[in-house]
Write a protein that binds this ligand. Structure first.
Ligand SMILES: [Fe+2]
Length: 302
């Protein structure tokens, strides 16, 4: 199972796509109708889709999986009675599978048979170009993060890697987390994290953003759970986005950490302690994009 992409609807997809290419460092993949698809240097056909809509919302967050994983998810989703429908992807990479609505409304899409593309090689480190590789995690705010952590373990066969005072971190492969649920008191998109090649690439990204007039809303820093380096920004078109790198790989027997395992000295909220966090600005940005279901749930034929 792999996290692949997020599909967002917003009023100006062309403007958002241009900024994500010129400033954030993604590459244009394709435009289909009014939907702009952007990719990284990795093998996913796209990481972000921007679809035209008068309102801002998250259409889906897409995972790719095997036929067997998809069939098992379909069985458990049907047993649980979660809203779901079968879907054939019309996005780059094709594939077919399921749209599933979690408790509190987060919508995930699982596709089997989706194709990948050749990576973009030969990226020149000496250039100013910054180039994300792939998505590394998409985090959601939630009213009841504990409930969601248990729910995705039971129904999607994901595993909770760590619980902190603020988050429930969830993995779907050997990466410490591909998603997480923040204990926010409301449901929405928390942030979208892009994996960079290494620490140097994150730092060059921060420099390139600074050249373009953008300061981090939080970072640079290094998280506790997952051990990844981060720099968070508020995109001009709304959502919180992150340059990240080197999230910890974990084994199947990883001991699930509890909040008491992840405490900080006074004044600290990460391992480095070198930067401030714009709590108020991030909170506003985190409330902008919520998942919206515009499809009818159907009985799954198992
Ligand atoms: Fe993150």
């Amino acid at each position: 199972m792999k996290l692949r992409s997020i599909e967002l609807a917003l009023p100006d997809p062309a403007g958002a796509a241009a900024w994500m290419v010129d400033v954030w460092g993604l590459f244009p993949a394709e435009v289909r109708g009014h939907t702009h698809y952007l990719r990284g240097t990795g093998t996913m056909p796209y990481l972000v889709a921007f679809e035209q809509s008068d309102e801002e919302f998250v259409r889906s967050t897409t995972f790719t999986c095997s036929d067997a994983e998809l069939a098992a998810i379909a069985r458990r989703v049907a047993d649980k009675g979660w809203p779901a429908c079968t879907v054939t992807s019309a996005d780059p990479g094709d594939g077919a599978g399921l749209l599933v609505e979690l408790p509190e409304g987060t919508i995930l899409r699982f596709l089997a048979g989706a194709s990948q593309v050749a990576p973009i090689e030969g990226f020149a480190k000496a250039s100013k170009r910054v180039a994300p590789v792939k998505l590394t995690h998409v985090v959601f705010n939630s009213a009841d993060a504990e409930l969601l952590g248990h729910a995705v373990e039971d129904v999607l066969d994901f595993r909770v890697s760590d619980r902190t005072k603020g988050m429930v971190f969830v993995r779907c492969n050997d990466s410490h987390h591909s998603t997480a649920f923040a204990r926010a008191g409301f449901a929405s998109l928390n942030h979208v994290a892009f994996e960079m090649d290494d620490l140097d690439a994150v730092m060059r990204g921060i420099g390139w953003m600074r050249d373009n007039g953008f300061a981090p809303a939080w970072g640079p820093g290094r998280h506790g759970p997952g051990d990844n380096v981060y720099a968070y920004y508020i995109a001009p078109f709304g959502p919180v986005i992150e340059y990240s790198t080197a999230v910890e790989k974990v084994l199947a027997d990883y001991r699930t950490g509890e909040p008491d395992d992840w405490t900080w000295p006074e004044q600290r909220i990460d391992q480095w302690g070198v930067s401030d966090k714009d709590f108020a600005g991030l909170r506003v940005a985190e409330e902008r994009f919520r998942c919206r279901r515009d499809w009818e749930a159907q009985e799954l034929a198992i």
